[in-house]
Design a protein around this ligand. Structure first.
Ligand code: G6P
Length: 479
């Protein structure tokens, strides 16, 4: 047993930038917490509930040094991020370099050496916190683009661990990834894992191609073979594991009387529109919110939809508000919404109901149930769990989903009306088609969608990933 394995560590450790809760200091100086938002947290909550493991992550407030604490049987191990780390590691390198680079450079990525320094330093801190808590031979599951160096750093500290990594966002083609000045270090960081999981087969293929072109390692299909002193060493597998949601819990929530009644109330409060369209996104430039609202505005102006009897509810939850591109996006969206409401609204009725807020799950379920058409028009999205939530909520087999081809979900949700969000005319036709879908066709599509979403939930996803992690051949240098 390596001397650096703790005597009483955890056999299963999740490592993610965020803890599943946001922690802040109450007025009495004691830490208080609330559940934190985001797809990753929502996805892993049911997995953690069924194991007794630990979760290493940031509590969501800067400069807060906290001791580990227990929430619902999971030990939460806070990692401190200073104001400076927030600016350089989180807002800078993670969300102003990697995020745009990995999302087809929709916005130009910024490359700053000081941000990269901070990214390395913070990744080292996460790796150390994990190494200090993981039991001998434990399984560690590292998540997402903020922590791509952790697999390698952790393996250096603790070669006894089995390490999986899951990438929740797209992995870009070599031609874009190659822009990153620290591309080789990032690839080597990821190759510290035994299994590197992606949302789509195309992401995994992009990664393997990057490995082939930027390193001298050999690859065969999904397998990368590392070499040690010129000899073949351990293997790393790169494969797709499309993430899902807690579909059955969501389905049940949306069947409750409270949610159904709230759905009816929402329609009433909106003046009983003939057609209720819905968009639900983090306010992010990858989500295609501008494109969607533009298409909707043109449908109103061309009288293909009537502004009196149609409402678009757009929930845009606040996100990464210190990053410039997000501030510009907010201004653009709000200008567009204001124009449409100014041009086509009436006293007592606005054709766009824009909500720059986050809502609890119950309210989201009621909105999904109230909506005739759900619009998911991302320009690029790793998966998009909102699309799956909408489907899971529709046990009435009604409603229609307009879904961008550029989401991971489009690979699976073939019952949706697929669109290219760059093609505004095409999107207008698709929205019109979805709005007028006859009941039989809409039911047929929704049933197909529901079979997929309810048949493959987040627990199946994590079981698939962890089984594949266990099946990666034990490396030569272990034992
Ligand atoms: C995406 C990312 C997550 C991230 C979430 C919210 O889903 O894949 O890693 O946590 O967005 O973003 P935030 O910057 O608030 O953590």
């Amino acid at each position: 047993m390596p001397s650096d394995a703790p005597a009483h560590g955890y056999d299963f450790v999740v490592v993610a930038n965020r803890l599943p809760v946001d922690v802040s200091l109450g007025e009495d100086g004691e830490p208080t917490w609330t559940r934190s938002p985001g797809g990753l947290v929502t996805a892993l909550a049911p997995v953690m509930a069924s194991t007794s493991g630990a979760w290493v992550g940031w509590g969501g407030s800067p400069d807060l040094e906290l001791d580990p604490f227990d929430v619902d049987g999971t030990e939460l191990i806070p990692v401190m991020l200073s104001e400076d780390d927030l600016e350089r590691f989180y807002e800078g390198f993670s969300n102003d370099t990697l995020w745009p680079l990995y999302h087809d450079v929709i916005e130009p990525p910024a490359f700053h050496r000081q941000w990269w320094e901070s990214y390395q330093k913070v990744n080292q801190r996460f790796a150390q916190a994990t190494a200090d808590r993981a039991a001998q031979g434990a399984t560690v599951w590292v998540h997402d683009y903020q922590l791509q160096l952790v697999p390698k750093l952790l393996r250096e500290l603790r070669p006894d661990l089995r390490i999986g990594y899951f990438h929740h966002i797209p992995f870009p083609p070599l031609e874009l990834f190659a822009q990153l000045p620290w591309r080789v270090q990032v690839v080597e960081g990821l190759l510290g894992a035994d299994l590197v999981g992606f949302q789509r087969a195309g992401d995994a293929a992009n990664f393997v191609r990057v490995v082939r072109r930027l390193t001298d390692l050999t690859t065969r299909g999904q397998m990368v073979t590392l070499s040690k002193h010129g000899e073949p060493g351990r293997h790393v597998r790169a494969a797709a594991f499309p993430i899902s949601i807690d579909s059955h819990a969501f389905d049940e929530l949306a069947r409750t009387d409270a949610v159904r009644e709230r759905a009816q109330q929402i329609r009433r409060e909106l003046g009983d529109p003939e057609y209720l369209l819905l968009g639900v996104d983090r306010l992010d430039y990858t989500k295609g919110i501008r494109h969607r609202i533009k298409a909707y505005g043109e449908l109103l102006s061309e009288e293909r939809l009537s502004p009196q009897s149609t409402t678009l509810v757009q929930v845009a939850s606040p996100s990464r508000e210190n990053v410039g591109a997000y501030q510009t996006l907010r201004d653009d969206v709000e200008l567009l919404v204001g124009r449409i409401n100014g041009d086509y609204g009436q006293v007592g009725h606005a054709p766009v109901q824009y909500l720059h807020q986050s809502f609890p799950m119950e309210e989201m379920a009621a909105l999904y149930l109230a909506a005739d058409v759900m619009l998911v028009t991302a320009l690029r999205d790793g998966m998009n769990l909102v699309a799956k939530e909408y489907v899971a909520a529709r046990s009435d087999d009604r409603g229609a989903l307009v879904l961008s081809e550029f989401t991971g979900a489009a690979d699976e949700l073939t019952g949706a009306v697929l669109v290219n969000p760059h093609d505004i005319d095409g999107m207008k036709d698709a929205i019109t088609y979805a709005v007028h879908l006859d009941a039989r066709e809409s039911r047929k599509r929704m049933r197909r969608l529901r079979r997929r979403v309810l048949g493959h939930d987040v627990v199946a996803w994590s079981e698939d990933f962890l089984a594949a992690l266990n099946a990666v051949p034990v490396r030569a240098e272990r034992g």
